[in-house]
Design a protein around this ligand. Structure first.
Ligand SMILES: [Zn+2]
Length: 61
């Protein structure tokens, strides 16, 4: 039988893998769409994963 031993998670503990988001500023553009600002996670710098020691030693939120 195959063994399913997955590698430990390397997902960033700060953003849980959602490394880049678009935040609405509250301003509407002429075409009616919302003006957004792209923001990346300061911990993983928009990658979504971190070095294994950082991910495995962080406490779960
Ligand atoms: Zn992150």
């Amino acid at each position: 039988m195959p063994q399913h031993n997955h590698a430990p998670n390397r997902i960033c503990p700060n953003c849980s893998g959602f490394a880049a988001v678009a935040i609405a500023t509250g301003v509407r553009l002429r075409d009616g769409s919302r003006h957004t600002v792209p923001v990346t996670c300061p911990t993983c710098e928009g990658i979504g994963t971190v070095a294994r020691p950082l991910a495995t030693t962080a406490k779960a939120a």
